[in-house]
Design a protein around this ligand. Structure first.
Ligand code: NDP
Ligand code: GUE
Length: 275
């Protein structure tokens, strides 16, 4: 079994990007994070993103609003970032508090600053295969497969989850890489049967340890996107300890997809700066 560690992938991508960034200068390229409320995953990501961006020589702006913030206050914070010429990329962290209309908010985001590919404009471009910003987590899954020379062409790819930030885009990307793709979700009646057909399994449902050893085809490659809290620890959607003996390769959590996602974000910010 090969452990598909994210750090090696992140380091390889950072090495290439670092030279381009050095040519621009310190703290010039700048990203902003919009963090509203108390979500565990969003806070965790904000913390890592800030550290990663600053270490890399980027400027970083954190716009944080409390759980009680109104729609108008969140919209005003976003508009301020849209209008700030010194901010090149904006990452609105999901999920936001339930009373916030995120659909309305997202489409106010300047598509040129939409580094996580959340706007309808970028979703359209990506879906049509015409460029645009794609969600960084989906890009991270592809970067891991590429880095470890895992071919997708001719393989059966099973994706669990169909959200706009991960399930849908990663299914499109693996399809683009000539995989044969099955998408599973909460209404899939025979999940175990579907997952068992996967040469490559991408788990992005957000349910701790839902993918068990009996669901995995021997020798399959398993990419675990899930970030869940279980008994005070961060765990993935895959029961790592049991599945590692059956899979040919698997990403750990933490230390897998998440650690590459932040690097994909650095690349997207650079792209936004250059546009
Ligand atoms: N590593 C990283 O960098 C990142 C990790 N994440 C993590 O990835 C996970 C998914 O995030 P996100 O897509 O935003 O979550 P969402 O809640 O938006 O989507 C979850 C998807 O999984 C499906 N699903 C839920 N339960 C089941 C089930 N029991 N069986 C089959 N399908 C199921 C849902 O189906 P339906 O559509 O029918 O409701 C839905 O499509 C989370 O753990 C999140 O923290 C997210 C972003 C980045
Ligand atoms: N618009 C939007 N896009 C997202 O991609 C998004 C989001 N909102 N909201 C929250 C979730 C969560 N998420 C993480 C990404 C990386 C780490 C990460 O870097 N994790 C490291 C460190 C973990 C540790 O050491 O504890 C790792 O997995 O190795 C964590 C969490 C992105 N999300």
């Amino acid at each position: 079994m090969i452990e598909l560690r994210g750090k090696a992938v992140a380091d390889a991508h950072k090495a290439i990007l670092q030279e381009k960034v050095a040519a621009v200068g310190d703290s010039v390229i700048t990203m902003a994070v919009l963090l509203v409320g108390e979500d565990h995953g969003a806070h965790m990501y904000a913390t890592f993103m800030e550290k990663t961006a600053k270490n890399f020589g980027y400027g970083f702006v954190l716009k944080q609003l409390p759980e009680t913030a109104t729609q108008d206050e969140v919209v005003a914070a976003l508009q301020e970032l849209n209008n700030d010429a010194a901010v090149h990329g904006i990452l609105p962290l999901m999920p936001m508090p339930k009373h916030i209309d995120t659909e309305a908010l997202i489409d106010m985001l300047d598509p040129k600053k939409d580094i996580d590919g959340l706007t309808t404009y970028n979703i359209g471009l990506v879906t049509a295969g015409k460029g645009g910003f794609a969600p960084c987590t989906a890009k991270a899954c592809m970067a891991i497969l590429n880095h470890y020379d895992i071919p997708v062409e001719g393989k059966h790819v099973v994706v669990i989850g169909r959200s706009q930030v991960i399930g849908k885009p990663v299914a499109l990307m693996t399809l683009g890489a000539h995989g044969t793709v099955t998408m599973c979700h909460s209404r899939t009646p025979d999940l175990a049967e579907q997952v068992k057909r996967g040469d490559i399994v991408i788990a992005a449902a957000g349910r701790a340890h839902m993918i068990t050893a009996d669901m995995i085809k021997p020798g399959a490659v398993v990419i675990d996107v899930g970030i869940n809290e279980l008994e005070g620890k961060t765990v993935g959607d895959v029961d790592y300890e049991a599945v590692k003996d059956i899979a040919s390769a698997i990403t750990p959590v933490p230390g897998g997809v998440g650690s590459v996602t932040t690097t994909m974000m650095l690349e997207a910010v650079y792209e936004a700066y250059h546009a």
